[in-house]
Design a protein around this ligand. Structure first.
Ligand code: G16
Length: 558
């Protein structure tokens, strides 16, 4: 009978969860008791509820997931958790964890992922706690977890407990007279059942199989992340798409060396294949399956901000929204305001929240929000409490199956009706932290100085008048909690915006994000980079970014 052992430990600095969980280099997590401290602190933050509880555990298949699942099983056993639902081989996509937490009404879940960051011994790992609503823990909880990590002196574990996770099935252990159950589950079953409830999958299947005379070829790219088994089951087995419709569907610990971030830079292989091949639709997902990128024939790119707007406008094509209606829309602050125009047309409320999926959860729980998205390739709804890549691709296909249009024509129709929010994001990755912090401080001082509002700024000969500028803060309309300092924004009198913030998901150094959003009612077919150059110029001059970062050009342009 395995026994509980209390291990003495001491705190590590810097175990502060960022935008979405604790993300660090693998080697940081490999330090003695580093992972154990953080897991124990998650359980301690739920004190009172842990004994006798059920938790979900899974991750994106990256390097270290299996080892950390094993540690979590032992620590949960040591802390009186009564049951764990663990994905087979440690595999569960982030939206699937959310789905399973909600379906089986568990206390929450522990998700092992560094999302879109590269994997492997020299790259990134991450641990995130999701609450009973299925969503990432709110700031109050993550702050509490962090506070506990600074004081931790012991953790409890059951070192002799041996629990293989390579086969589905139930394993029961007697831990000092209490039964501890580990149920290893198929990663896809519950998620697929939910997709069957939400969508008319047979209609999407007919489109993908070319029935009804319309030839429609898709290429779905798992980027060797967690979505591989989901893509195989859903697109090939369930919907009947040919096996040649999917690529990189084997989860690999290092993602095959890829940077599993579905954007034009890191998903360039997909973009090239769709551009040069006979494909009507392409989609890629990130390491843990919550992000998505959508492209059409000839690699026509849909910005995430536009994608949210198109899906919101087309929600009636989806049985889930036909039967429940749409209560409201939301986007993160830096996301272009295309969805706001759809909300206005449909008479729906629209919420602007800080960057971070956790900020949508309260609104959804209160029944005020149905569909939301972020410029960072996230789209989702209240079916779970995470963004959901595969769901977004299915949503697009449902809309296209109903309309008979191509991706490009869908987008152009949308712009003709609503006008277009041109959008671009410049990322300057892994810069030195101190100068970036200094740059943000200096920019904040500039834009909040008296007289800045009302001033005229000029880029490439085009003049813009500043209407307002601030460091964005947000009060949650449901629980009235306040999030401060969520990004510097300059809003111009024509509605154009410049936003600058530091990423909260990098694992080392600082990543600067510059976002530009500008609205045109009729000039909707221009090139985004050309249209936005004047505002980019203004942003670079005003922030003095090249000098502070030493970078002449961004790492990624979206
Ligand atoms: C996470 C959050 C998203 C956020 C994104 C980027 O996504 O869940 O809400 O938009 O990070 O955040 P940042 O700009 O701070 O890097 P993921 O896919 O990394 O879990």
């Amino acid at each position: 009978m395995p026994g509980i052992v209390t291990v003495n430990t001491s705190p590590y600095e810097g175990q502060k969860p960022g935008t979405s969980g604790l993300r660090k280099k693998v080697k940081v997590f490999l330090q003695e008791n580093y992972t154990e401290n953080f897991v124990q602190s998650i359980l301690d933050a739920n004190k009172g509820a842990v004994a006798g509880s059920t938790l979900v555990v899974g991750g994106d298949g990256r390097y270290l997931v299996k080892e950390v699942v094993d540690k979590i099983i032992k620590i949960c056993a040591g802390n009186g958790v009564s049951r764990l639902l663990v994905g087979q081989n440690g595999i569960l996509s982030t939206p699937a964890v959310s789905c399973i937490i909600r379906k089986y009404k568990t206390l929450g879940g522990i998700v092992l992922t560094a999302s879109h960051n590269p994997g492997g011994i020299d790259n990134d790992f991450g641990i995130k706690f999701n609450c009973a609503n299925g969503g990432p823990a709110p700031d109050a909880t993550t702050n509490q977890i962090h506070a506990l990590t600074t004081q931790i002196s012991q953790y409890k574990t059951v070192p002799d407990l041996v629990c293989p996770i390579d086969k589905c099935g139930v394993q029961k252990f007697d831990v000092e007279g209490q039964t501890f159950t580990v149920e290893v589950i198929d990663p896809v079953d519950d998620y697929l059942a939910l997709m069957r409830e939400i969508f008319d999958l047979p209609a999407i299947g007919r489109l993908l199989r070319g029935e009804g005379g319309r030839k429609f070829n898709v290429l779905i790219d798992g980027m060797n992340g967690v979505t591989g088994p989901y893509i195989q089951r859903i697109f090939v087995q369930e919907l009947g798409a040919p096996p040649t419709s999917v690529r990189r569907v084997t989860p690999l610990e290092d993602f095959g060396g890829a940077h599993p971030d579905p954007n034009l830079t890191y998903a360039a292989e997909l973009v090239e294949e769709v551009r040069s091949g006979d494909y009507d639709f392409g989609a890629a997902f990130d390491g843990d399956g919550d992000r998505n990128m959508i492209i059409g024939r000839n690699a026509f790119f849909v910005t995430p901000s536009d994608s949210l707007a198109v899906l919101a406008a087309g929600a009636a094509a989806v049985p889930y929204f036909r039967s429940r209606g749409v209560a409201g829309l939301a986007r993160s602050m830096p996301t272009a305001a295309a969805a706001d125009r759809v909300a206005k047309e449909l008479g729906l409320p629209v919420f602007e929240v800080p960057t971070g999926w956790k900020y949508f959860g309260n609104l959804m729980d209160a029944g005020r929000l149905s569909i939301c998205g972020e410029e960072s390739f996230g789209t989702g709804s209240d079916h779970v409490r995470e963004k959901d890549g595969i769901w977004a691709a299915l949503f697009w296909l449902q809309v296209l199956a109903a309309s008979g249009l191509s991706v490009e024509d869908t987008m152009k129709e949308h712009w003709r009706k609503f006008g277009r929010n041109y959008f671009t994001r410049y990322d300057y990755e892994e810069c030195a932290s101190a100068p970036c912090a200094e740059m943000m401080l200096s920019l904040e001082r500039t834009i909040t100085a008296p007289g800045f509002a009302g001033s005229v700024l000029t880029g490439q000969g085009k003049a813009y008048t500043v209407a307002a500028a601030d460091d964005f803060s947000y009060m949650d309309p449901v629980d009235h909690s306040v999030a401060m300092k969520q990004g510097l924004r300059i809003i111009f009198t024509d509605g154009s915006r410049i936003v600058m913030r530091l990423s909260g998901t990098g694992s080392s150094g600082a990543t600067v994000r510059l976002y530009i959003d500008s609205y045109e009612l009729t000039d909707v077919l221009g090139d985004a980079q050309d249209m936005l150059r004047p505002l980019v110029d203004i942003a670079l001059q005003l922030s003095d970014l090249p000098r502070y970062t030493g970078r002449a050009a961004p790492t990624v342009i979206t």
